[in-house]
Design a protein around this ligand. Structure first.
Ligand code: HEC
Length: 182
C-alpha cells in the first residue's frame, strides 16, 4: 500500500508529501539539500513557550536596548521604531487602536505575550544576520520595544523571571478554537 493510502494520508497531502506520486515513475527525485544534523537542529530549534519556561539566563533594560536598537535595528525599522514610512510594520505604536476603525497591529498592540517578542527577535532579527544577538541584547531590545509601547516602566530590567510576568494589552484578545465549542 502506498504511503498516501495510510492513516497519515491527509497529513501527508497537506504537507505536499504525495506530490511526487503524480509524476511519472521515471522522474528523478529532486536532489534538494540534506538532512539537518542534531547540532544544526539544536542551533535553530530554540523556540520558547509563552510561559517562558526555557528562557535563557541574561538581562537587559530599555536604556541598554536603545543603544543596541540604534546600532542594529534602526537602519530598517526607522530611528526609533515608531516610524510609519519604513514599509515595515512599526515596532512601536498602535496600542489601544485595535477596536477602532483603523486598527494598527503592532507587537505592542496586537501580540498577546511578551515572550513572543523575545523569541522572535532572538531567532529572526536582525533580518540580515539572524541569531547574531547575545541573549542580553535580546532582553534589552525587548525592554526597549515594550517600554516604547508604554507596556513596561523604564526601570524594569527584563530577565527570565520578569519577562513572562509582563502582561500585554491584547493578552485576552485571542481565543482558542476549543473555546468556541463551549
Ligand atoms: C536588514 C533589515 C532589518 C534589520 C537590520 C532588522 N529588521 Fe526587523 N524586520 C525586517 C523585516 C523585513 C521584517 C518583516 C519580516 C517578515 O514579515 O517576515 C522585520 C520584522 C521585525 C519584527 C516583527 C514586526 C511585526 O509586527 O511583524 C520585529 C519585532 C523586528 N523586526 C525587530 C527587529 C529588531 C529588534 C532588530 C534589531 C536587532 C531588527 N528587527 C533589525 C528587517 C530588518
Amino acid at each position: 500500500m502506498s504511503a498516501c493510502r495510510s492513516a497519515f494520508a491527509a497529513a501527508l497531502l497537506l504537507a505536499g508529501g504525495c506530490a511526487m506520486e503524480a509524476k511519472p515513475a521515471s522522474s528523478p527525485a529532486p536532489k534538494l539539500g540534506q538532512a539537518m544534523t542534531q547540532a544544526e537542529l539544536a542551533f535553530w530549534d530554540t523556540s520558547i513557550p509563552i510561559d517562558g519556561s526555557n528562557l535563557p539566563v541574561g538581562s537587559g533594560s530599555s536604556a541598554q536596548g536603545a543603544i543596541v536598537y540604534a546600532q542594529k535595528c534602526a537602519a530598517c525599522h526607522g530611528k526609533t521604531g515608531a516610524e510609519t514610512d519604513t514599509r515595515l510594520t512599526p515596532l512601536i505604536g498602535g496600542v489601544g487602536s485595535l477596536a477602532t476603525k483603523q486598527p494598527v497591529r503592532t507587537l505592542g498592540s496586537y501580540w498577546p505575550h511578551a515572550v513572543i517578542v523575545f523569541d522572535y527577535v532572538r531567532r529572526a532579527m536582525p533580518y540580515n544576520a539572524p541569531k547574531s544577538l547575545s541573549d542580553d541584547e535580546v532582553y534589552a531590545l525587548t525592554a526597549y520595544l515594550l517600554r516604547g509601547n508604554g507596556i513596561i516602566d523604564e526601570t524594569l530590567v527584563l530577565d527570565r523571571t520578569t519577562l513572562p510576568a509582563v502582561k500585554m494589552p491584547n493578552r485576552d484578545g485571542f481565543m482558542m478554537a476549543s473555546d468556541n465549542a463551549k
